[in-house]
Design a binder for this molecule. Structure first.
Ligand SMILES: [Zn+2]
Length: 333
């Protein structure tokens, strides 16, 4: 079916989610996203809450035909187009092999892998939003960003405030909180990297450039290591771990797989990274040098040592494996 091109559409905002952009297109033509899906593209069965997480390729192609934008640009407004590995329950064998036994803060303890964070995405609802009230001050013209839908992203690094829940009412958002809450600087710094991973596909760290897939794997690994049972390791390790818990006001409260990732969880990871980056803590894990920056790596690859041999990980090849599209510009860290 050949779809005719629409005369106008708003330019997508950097990092904007597909559902948000379609909402802004619909306003121009005086119709809802549901109307657009049904009458504009011929996909009445698609739920708006699933647009950013699993929009079918045929829909993306139809949107490309209507707007004249490349289908790759539209796919990058969805999670499968930016961080596909987060939406897969299982990693591919090749990717698993490359990141097997990832360790950052400490050497692997030989007890096997810990539980993983698996609830990466916030539930999406048609009438609510989780975002920054300043970025959305021009709503409905302001864009809802894809990165805000990740549970590990809690703040807006641009405005230095915590993301907050709001309810969409007609042409405005009613924020649940009375006013914005200032975000800890370390949380903003962590979130600026996660937002860069989603928007650009890679993150610049002191020890080199890492792909988005590796960034989220590192983040998960650090969190797992900081949740190690308190009988693991020597007294120095346990003492340091407890100190970081204390600074972040964190205490483990159940399995990581069902954890509600909150400010204390984010502060926990951010504080550990800050300790490595400021030289207050020397990591002994294999990937620790990415944060300590003691051994600067080449920009396009890093070398990971194993007991048997050295494995060169080609960043570009890895990126092609794990991301649908190549990076679109320099990282905004
Ligand atoms: Zn903002």
């Amino acid at each position: 079916m050949g779809l005719s091109r629409w005369p106008v559409h708003p330019v997508p905002i950097d990092g904007e989610a597909l559902s948000s952009w379609l909402g802004r297109i619909g306003r121009i033509y005086g119709c809802s996203v549901a109307d657009l899906l049904e009458c504009g593209f011929g996909f009445p069965e698609i739920k708006i809450s699933e647009l950013d997480v699993k929009a079918p390729r045929e829909l993306l192609t139809a949107i490309a035909a209507r707007t004249g934008l490349p289908v790759e640009t539209i796919e990058r407004m969805t999670y499968p187009g930016t961080v596909p590995f987060l939406s897969r329950s299982l990693y591919t064998e090749a990717v698993n092999w490359k990141f097997e036994n990832c360790s950052v803060l400490f050497e692997p303890n030989g007890l096997g892998s810990y539980e993983k964070l698996t609830q990466w995405f916030r539930k999406q609802f048609k009438s609510t939003v989780n975002g920054c009230r300043y970025c959305l001050s021009e709503y409905p013209n302001g864009g809802v960003l894809l990165g805000w839908m990740l549970r590990v992203v809690l703040s807006c690094p641009v405005h230095g405030v915590m993301l907050e829940p709001g309810r969409k009412v007609a042409e405005e958002i009613n924020w649940v909180n009375e006013k914005a809450e200032e975000a800890p600087k370390l949380v903003c710094r962590l979130d600026s990297r996660s937002m860069a991973a989603v928007a650009e596909g890679f993150v610049q760290l002191p020890g080199g450039l890492v792909s988005a897939a590796q960034w989220f794997r590192l983040l998960q690994t650090i969190f797992q290591e900081l949740n190690a049972p308190l009988f693991v390791g020597d007294s120095d390790r346990i003492g340091w771990q407890l100190k970081i818990w204390d600074v972040a006001d964190y205490f483990p409260s159940g399995p990581l797989e069902t954890l509600k990732f909150d400010k204390s969880c984010s502060l926990l990871i951010a504080t550990a990274i800050d300790q490595m980056e400021t030289g207050k803590f020397t990591p002994t894990g294999k990937e620790g040098q990415l944060f300590s920056g003691h051994e600067l790596c080449e920009k396009t690859r890093f070398v990971r040592s194993t007991s048997e041999n050295e494995i060169e990980i080609d960043f570009i090849a890895l990126f092609k494996t794990e991301n649908a599209h190549p990076p679109i510009g320099p990282p905004k860290v």
